[in-house]
Design a protein around this ligand. Structure first.
Ligand SMILES: C[S@@+](CC[C@H](N)C(=O)[O-])C[C@H]1O[C@@H](n2cnc3c(N)ncnc32)[C@H](O)[C@@H]1O
Length: 274
């Protein structure tokens, strides 16, 4: 395989409606399964770090360590750098990088973490092999990905079911895997890991502020983000279908009994010493 893949298209893109969601993420929630593995002086890579809220959140667990966040999109790293500065975190750096072809020598990091990244790649196994290369023997790789196929909502709205079909179709058109969660274990096995620990956690929204945050965000994302552009460009949905989807999100989020839940699958893979 040609290592430098510049042709992949990121389904979400970095429209403000997307980034606002990603910026709300914390190390405590998104990496709860990984935090017990961290040691104060570790050298950690966060690949596909986006706006960096999780990356910066790692700093309190790695006060004598070094944190590197990489992302293929330099523009999003500007936001990550700003967050590190305003959070007074100094043992962190952000660099443009492609997870298929990392600019680090073998065995460079003690640990690597990737949150909601593998689902966007055409070749997640190749990416995992490259990550394994830069982690020391005895080190650890932690990954967490959603599984869109597990998304459920209530009260049921066929237009929101249609949104999920459109999302799956757009991701698939990009060669990505929206149902990444269920694939993490086989991907880790196929990348050559033998010592693996799997777990899962859920996002469950039912409080008014939660459903409004999720529903209104997806309303905007469904008409303004890269996902919306791609859906139209690939002729998967028309602009008017996307407007209906946005209206359905807004109206669902204002129902007093609105409920949404889905699974994130988490994997810890230990790099063998031999
Ligand atoms: C869904 S976002 C997750 C961001 C962050 N990890 C978080 O959870 O908030 C996925 C990120 O992966 C990045 N990405 C996609 N393909 C990549 C690649 N080949 N190498 C590095 N980063 C990549 C995207 O630019 C995007 O910022």
């Amino acid at each position: 395989m040609e290592k430098k893949l510049s042709t992949e298209r990121y389904t979400h893109g970095h429209h403000s409606s997307v980034v606002e969601q990603h910026r709300q993420r914390t190390a405590e929630e998104a990496a709860a399964f990984f935090l017990p593995e961290l040691k104060n002086d570790m050298k950690l890579l966060d690949f596909g770090c986006g706006p960096g809220s999780i990356t910066v959140g790692f700093s309190k667990y790695l006060s004598d360590g070094e944190i590197t966040g990489i992302d293929i999109a330099p523009e999003i790293l500007e936001q990550a750098k700003e967050l590190a500065t305003t959070s007074n975190v100094s043992n962190i750096k952000f660099e443009t990088g492609n997870v298929y072809d990392l600019n680090y020598p073998d065995n460079h990091f003690d640990a690597a973490y990737g949150h909601q990244v593998l689902q966007h790649l055409q070749h997640p196994i190749e990416a995992l092999k490259e990550i394994k290369r830069i982690v020391k023997p005895g080190g650890i790789i932690a990954v967490r990905d959603a599984d869109y196929g597990t998304m459920v909502h209530s009260p049921l709205d066929p237009v929101l079911q249609h949104w999920l079909e459109v999302y799956h179709a757009v991701a698939s058109h990009n060669g990505a895997e929206a149902d990444a969660g269920r694939n993490l274990y086989p991907w880790l096995i196929d990348s050559g890991f033998r010592d693996i620990k799997m777990s899962s956690s859920t996002w469950t929204f039912y409080k008014q502020r939660q459903v409004l945050n999720w529903g209104d965000s997806w309303a905007e994302r469904s008409t303004k983000s890269e996902f919306a552009k791609q859906a139209v460009e690939y002729q998967i949905a028309t602009q008017s279908e996307l407007e209906s989807i946005a209206n359905a999100w807004r109206s669902w989020a204002r129902k007093p009994n609105a409920f949404f839940s889905f699974i994130h699958v988490e994997g810890l893979a230990y790099v063998s010493r031999s």
